[in-house]
Design a protein. Structure first.
Length: 288
């Protein structure tokens, strides 16, 4: 009986969050280690599918960097990066698009196996993501795109028809040249354009620490101003810096709340959204 009572308590704890976020748009950026094993993939897809079934409007924006690197090496090339951005020549672009489309349709299949209708698209479809060539500190890094415009109508249309959109980060410029896009940037731009209630980044770390080497300084919630202060003080480094910049940009662009979650933790999305304590770091506005 205690086991069943505990389950009931979990459901009751989730109830106010289900009520609060019903019919709200939640963008999930899916990548990193959360894509590296079948079990973790299953957990993430189950979480997002549940969000859909309880009345949320989830949108998945996925990466595929590790898989792209694996295929680049398979054809005898060496993956190259500048400031964390993949150097993408014509051949690498062809491989990236192939891999991202493969990942996209695999995720669609997993969602539909759970009884939810999903549609996989890239930023090329319906003119969703219009880009221009991106440079990294003035360096030419090939076919890497910087998003200039998001045509969210195609996503709204899918949501209205009760589909779960799954988006690969590939876009076109005004001359219809294909570009690879950083998945964090794509998720951020889409969330801003749609004024999403939440934007969740699945990462390979627990969240934000005031002092990265001190695990006792974990920050379950910080404001935009506090996040900016941490970066200004030089307390944020490594891969967290661009992630936190994306979070702040999203918040300033109209996203209600941003979550940084450890995608290696099973069902991290549900734990963060449906429980009082949560497990990651939430970036909030000053008055939230």
């Amino acid at each position: 009986m205690d086991k069943y009572l505990q389950k009931a308590k979990v459901l009751i704890e989730a109830l106010p969050y289900i009520q609060k976020f019903n019919r709200k748009i939640i963008v999930v950026k899916y990548g990193g280690s959360a894509m590296s094993s079948g079990e973790l993939q299953k957990n993430v897809i189950e979480d997002v599918t549940l969000l859909k079934l309880v009345g949320f409007k989830p949108v998945i924006v996925h990466g595929g960097g590790r898989e792209i690197s694996r295929w680049v090496e398979k054809v005898g090339m060496e993956p190259a990066f500048v400031n964390g951005l993949r150097v993408t020549d014509e051949e690498t672009m062809e491989i990236a698009e192939m891999v991202l489309n493969k990942v996209n349709k695999s995720l669609v299949q997993k969602v539909q196996e759970l009884g939810v209708k999903a549609v996989g698209i890239s930023g090329k479809d319906g003119g969703l993501l219009e880009v221009e060539k991106k440079y990294s500190d003035g360096k030419d890094i090939g076919f890497v795109g910087e998003i200039k415009k998001v045509n969210a109508k195609v996503i709204y249309d899918l949501l209205e028809k009760d589909f779960l959109p799954i988006i690969a980060p590939i876009g076109l410029d005004k001359e219809f040249q294909t570009y690879n896009i950083n998945a964090d940037d794509a998720a951020c731009a889409i969330a801003k354009e749609m004024y999403a209630e939440k934007l969740a980044f699945l990462t390979d770390i627990e969240g934000v620490y005031r002092y990265p080497d001190d695990k006792d300084t974990f920050l379950p919630k910080i404001t935009v101003k506090e996040a900016e202060a941490l970066m200004k003080e030089g307390l944020i480094g490594g891969g967290m810096m661009p992630k936190l910049k994306s979070c702040i940009e999203a918040m300033k662009g109209g996203v209600r709340r941003v979550h940084i979650l450890d995608g290696r933790i099973p069902h991290c999305i549900l734990l963060e959204i449906f429980t009082d304590k949560g497990i990651g770091t939430a970036i909030v506005s000053q008055n939230d």
